[in-house]
Design a protein around this ligand. Structure first.
Ligand SMILES: Cc1cc2nc3c(=O)[nH]c(=O)nc-3n(C[C@H](O)[C@H](O)[C@H](O)COP(=O)(O)OP(=O)(O)OC[C@H]3O[C@@H](n4cnc5c(N)ncnc54)[C@H](O)[C@@H]3O)c2cc1C
Length: 389
């Protein structure tokens, strides 16, 4: 496709802002912070009314080392309340016919495999940091269209601005929903994350400190949509019974410690991430199954790369508009392979574990156990997950 055919009506004039970031989720907010830290003037537009600190998101995110390093650099991470993030020291993954994988930070000589962070606390920490960020102006309401050289679309998986651009976005629903809630166990988690890959569900327990330090988990349970509706409609006692039957005794007796929410899961990808005057980042560009806990990690890596490209251009090519498509393609080229690889990995795992054929079951469980006996490959997998360059 020619670059002309991807032109939009969006003006690439030097407006009052250098960049207009659309969407103040974790990706858009972090991008606004990173750009303003580099001296750019940023408008941050969100469809939702500006929220007071403390959101309602029930999720816990698994964040990798690269994402945490970026949030540290932007002074968001260290300002989070002490109980809002928890180190994962060990990860135990189970198949549906005896397959097992055990990752340990200690064996890999790392201080942690990943961090689990409270989604609402992260959102609140980002909002707090934005209040002190000199170059950012926050505007509420999707109708706001401040003039800027570049519009960075960070509106998430269902972006309406992306729909009006020639991005070629394709969304393939998995037919599953992810149920999230908070749990408390009757024994300490010791920083262990648990995951059960079965057909048809995938269940993850992410160690956490809220509401009870050292004994809480964030639940992410991916189940077929009809089953998700049934589980969501159960009363708390019945839900707890089904959850404990599914998880078994490994993590202890689990009880609900909050409301439940569910999200329809899909694989999504835009064919084009940029055009003259616009660029996509985060879930607006790519959406993956949460089974590996990577969606936001990919989005924050987009932020880091996009900020590097834009700030380098401002420094080294001051004559160039930040909305120049050739400039934005540098970002797309640097991110496309990594995000495509993660989409293929999560989708392959999903396909491998959804089938119920005995031969497939045998294969996937043997594969897991085989991998468990190969320390160099496990080390490589941990390095990929940490995503440190
Ligand atoms: C159950 C579940 C568990 C997950 N667990 C993990 C995990 O452990 N680790 C991980 O890395 N990822 C995880 N993810 C993925 C992660 O949630 C997403 O990748 C991440 O939230 C994407 O952030 P975003 O800012 O791109 O989009 P969003 O979080 O969707 O934010 C988009 C923002 O744009 C705003 N907006 C929308 N439309 C407009 C408009 N027209 N104009 C202006 N603003 C607009 C919205 O109000 C919102 O604030 C999980 C996802 C699910 C569903």
């Amino acid at each position: 496709m020619s670059s002309t055919s991807r032109h939009t009506s969006r003006p690439a004039s030097a407006g009052s802002f250098d960049v207009c970031v659309r969407g103040a989720g974790a990706v858009g907010s972090t991008l606004a912070l990173a750009l303003s830290a580099g001296g750019l003037r940023v408008a941050l537009v969100d469809a939702a009314p500006l929220r007071a600190a403390g959101g309602e998101d029930l999720r816990t995110y698994a964040l990798n080392a690269r994402a945490v390093a970026l949030l540290q650099q932007l002074r968001v991470w260290d300002a989070l309340p002490g109980d809002a993030a928890c180190r994962v020291n060990r990860m135990r993954v189970h198949g549906d016919a005896g397959g097992q994988l055990d990752f340990s930070a200690w064996q890999q000589c790392e201080s942690e495999i990943a961090w689990i962070v409270d989604a609402a606390a992260l959102e609140s920490g980002l909002a707090q940091a934005l209040r002190y960020a000199g170059g950012v102006e926050r505007l509420a309401g999707a109708a706001s269209e401040p003039a800027a050289q570049l519009v960075a679309v960070c509106e998430g998986a269902h972006s309406s601005t992306r729909a009006a651009l020639d991005a070629g976005h394709v969304r393939t629903p998995y037919g599953h929903s992810g149920i999230a809630t908070r749990l408390v166990a009757d024994r300490p988690h010791q920083g262990t994350a648990w995951q059960w890959f079965r057909s048809p569900d995938i269940l993850a327990l992410l160690p956490f400190h809220r509401p009870q330090p050292d004994a809480s988990y964030g639940l992410v349970w991916s189940v077929p949509e009809a089953e998700a509706q049934r589980l969501m409609a159960l009363d708390d006692a019945a839900f707890e019974r089904e959850l404990n039957a599914a998880a078994g005794p490994a993590a202890g007796q689990l009880r609900l410690a909050g409301q439940r929410a569910s999200w329809p899961l899909a694989l999504g990808r835009a064919r084009h991430w940029c055009g003259a005057g616009w660029v996509l980042a985060g879930d607006a560009a790519h959406q993956v199954h949460p089974l590996a806990g990577h969606g936001l990690n990919l989005g924050l890596a987009d932020v880091q790369t996009l900020a590097e490209v834009l700030l380098a251009a401002r420094r080294d090519e001051p004559w160039r508009s930040l909305g120049d498509e050739r400039l934005l393609r540098r970002y797309e080229r640097r991110r496309a392979a990594a995000t495509a690889a993660m989409a293929v990995t999560t989708d392959t795992l999903w396909q491998l574990f959804r089938g119920d054929m005995p031969v497939l079951r045998e294969l996937r469980n043997r594969g897991m156990t085989l991998l468990d006996g190969l320390p160099p490959l496990k080390r490589w997998l941990i390095d990929q997950a940490r995503d440190l360059r």
